[in-house]
Design a protein around this ligand. Sequence first.
Ligand code: ZN
Length: 227
Amino acid sequence: MNKKGILLTVFVTAAALLFSAMAEQLYRRVETVAVPAPVVLIDAGHGGFDGGAVASDGTVEKDINLAMATELSVVLRLWGYRVEMTRDSDAALCEDESLTIREKKRADMAKRLELYDRASAVISIHQNHFPDASCRGTQVLYAPNGAESRALGEHVRSSILARMQPDNNRELKASTREVMLLYRTTAPAVLVECGFLSNPAELTAMKTTKYRRQMALAIVDGLLKFV
Ligand SMILES: [Zn+2]
């Protein structure tokens, strides 16, 4: 091969290598853009003017919900999920003082629903309360909008039961219109009533980081089987 031929071969080889490197980079980019990590929305129930249920020792549901939701967000991020939260402080999504409580509640719900409908999956965190203090055990509800919400609910429920509450026989339930956000959202969504604020043992447990972390791990374990 003459000098010209060698130069041409080197040039063609270099161009081919550069092209394949660029193509690979481009492919990775397209892949990242096409399959972004799922966005999981965590909804810490209530907040601000809306405290939710109150335990006999004065513990307010909104505070337990936020602590639980925060723990869940930490675990989810560790697993590589993109996480959004409806709130990360003690504030409702509408705190307009010129509105009545009823109007604020309606505006708050409308904003939450908007966030729900944009998510790949929604986990709403609440606590139960019942006059009979012996009632205990996590209750999972799912949005009645299709098989995905039900499947998500089944995974989350069975994971919590397997890891933490083998004697819990509460059935998975479809939400009724009373749970407005779950009833109306189009996204795969579940609501986890983690425990009963009216049950002394569960109230004590829900106030500890250790128990909340266990609950977060169990919920994420269920979610991993879904998205
Ligand atoms: Zn609640």
